[in-house]
Design a protein around this ligand. Structure first.
Ligand code: NAD
Length: 400
């Protein structure tokens, strides 16, 4: 197996694969479509970050590709529909930077409560502004978390350790961790909490969910954080609320339109406001997160190639079969239509192949079955050809 890893991935990405016998080639940059088509020749696995677009054309040019690892959180850069139709598994790292975002949120909450950025700026300007006015401990204060997913729920746990009282609101029914209190509406949360932190996902319906009405409903002199998505908040309204004093401080890491490259100019109505902490979408950007992403995604790629495991795949049915004790494993991706399984097993019976174990999962239009063949002599070339010819087959892999 040969893996091509682009975009300067953490060295752990290569070492995990090399330790399992992969031949790995790395490139520090992203590749354009034409370059990628050319570069992929002879590779079975591709690793990218967010800058390399894996289009339908790229996948058409390299249909032998077995799996793609997005060594980041998002997978918008991959044409997942085309990958699924060709039976190419895609993986990402949805949790690797969760803790990094949580720690930045906590740092921001304390920094805003103590007006640290103002003290820092004054002292750098040569002004000794020693005062306790407007500075608060966070212990005993209320935190309202909107979106109680991976990040929101972990923030809940860490904030409680600091002595904060946590309220949360989620559109889904989520288990309340520790002493956190569930609110049944955003309004209830805004009525109860004095620091509001947004951790919702990027679904289209979340555009502009936090605007004039929500800021007006916040308790006076509250603190506000958005480390989720830029398009969920009306930042013109936030600016007005900071100027009027309705909101006492804000920490914002994400913006509706963000500069493309490091060093590019940045425009926002929030620039230059007191007690407003602006960070360039670095919530999840830590060396620890990069290392974890390198290890996590490579492990998923290795387990898929070696065992047929698709756990946490973003496009294929999810199966986590045990490491096989049988000589051969047949990983069969197919259209999720009646009769495929019966046909497949009939072919195995015709070739006198005993089934040592078999697991099936489906996801939308795709079915995935992993069958352990209990045969010492191995599958004959004709048996493999007959399996590949089962109507509805998308991809057949025989793993020795
Ligand atoms: N700043 C950064 O660098 C950075 C890094 C990682 C993730 N993020 C962003 O943080 C956000 C949260 O990430 P996550 O991993 O916790 O996601 P997640 O999918 O685990 O959790 C999101 C939660 O929000 C809930 N939700 C969605 N819409 C809602 C709404 N309108 N009201 C209330 N709840 C709602 C969902 O039910 C889910 O529980 C995402 O938008 C992600 O893109 C930012």
């Amino acid at each position: 197996m040969r893996a091509l890893l682009l975009e300067n991935l953490h060295p752990l990405a290569s070492s995990v694969l090399e330790a399992s016998g992969f031949e790995v080639e790395t490139l520090s940059s992203a590749l354009g479509e034409d370059e990628l088509v050319e570069a992929l020749e002879g590779f079975d696995v591709l690793g990218i970050r967010s800058k390399t677009e894996v289009t339908a054309r790229v996948l058409e040019a390299r249909p032998e590709l077995v799996a793609i690892g997005a060594f980041c959180i998002g997978t918008n850069q991959i044409d997942l529909g085309a990958a699924t139709r060709r039976g190419i598994a895609a993986f990402n790292a949805p949790y690797s930077n969760t803790r990094s975002v949580v720690e930045l949120a906590i740092a921001n909450i304390i920094a805003m409560a103590r007006r640290l950025t103002e003290r820092d700026k004054a002292l750098h300007a040569g002004v000794w502004d020693k005062s306790s006015t407007g500075s608060h401990e966070v212990r005993g204060r209320t935190l309202g978390i909107v979106g109680y997913g991976n990040i929101g729920s972990q923030l809940s746990v860490v904030a409680e350790m600091l002595g904060m009282q946590v309220y949360f609101y989620d559109v889904d029914d989520k288990l309340a961790l520790g002493n956190a209190r569930r609110c049944s509406s955003l309004e209830e949360l805004l009525d109860n909490a004095e620091t509001i932190s947004l951790h919702v996902d990027g679904r289209a319906g979340n555009a502009g969910i936090f605007g004039a009405e929500q800021f007006a409903r916040m308790r006076p002199r509250s603190l506000f954080l958005n480390l989720s998505r830029g398009f969920v908040v009306d930042y013109d309204v936030l600016r007005d609320c900071i100027v009027s004093g309705q909101v006492a401080g804000a920490a914002v890491d994400v913006f509706p339109s963000e500069p493309k490259s490091r060093g590019d100019a940045f425009e926002s109505p929030l620039r230059g406001l007191p007690n407003v902490i602006l960070t360039p979408h670095v919530g999840g950007s830590t060396e620890e997160a990069q290392e974890d992403i390198g290890r996590f995604v490579s492990t998923k790629l290795r387990d898929y190639v070696r065992d047929g495991a698709t756990s946490l795949s973003v496009n294929l049915p999810v199966l986590t079969p045990e490491h096989s004790v049988h000589p051969q494993r047949i990983a069969h991706l197919h259209e999720n239509t009646p009769g495929v399984m019966a046909h497949l097993n009939q072919v195995l019976a015709e070739h006198d192949v005993n089934i040592g174990g078999q697991v099936l999962a489906t996801r939308g239009h795709t079915g995935y079955v992993v069958t352990d063949a209990d045969t010492d002599s191995g599958l004959s070339p004709q048996a493999v050809a007959d399996l590949a010819a089962v109507p509805g087959t998308i991809r057949l892999r025989v793993i020795d």
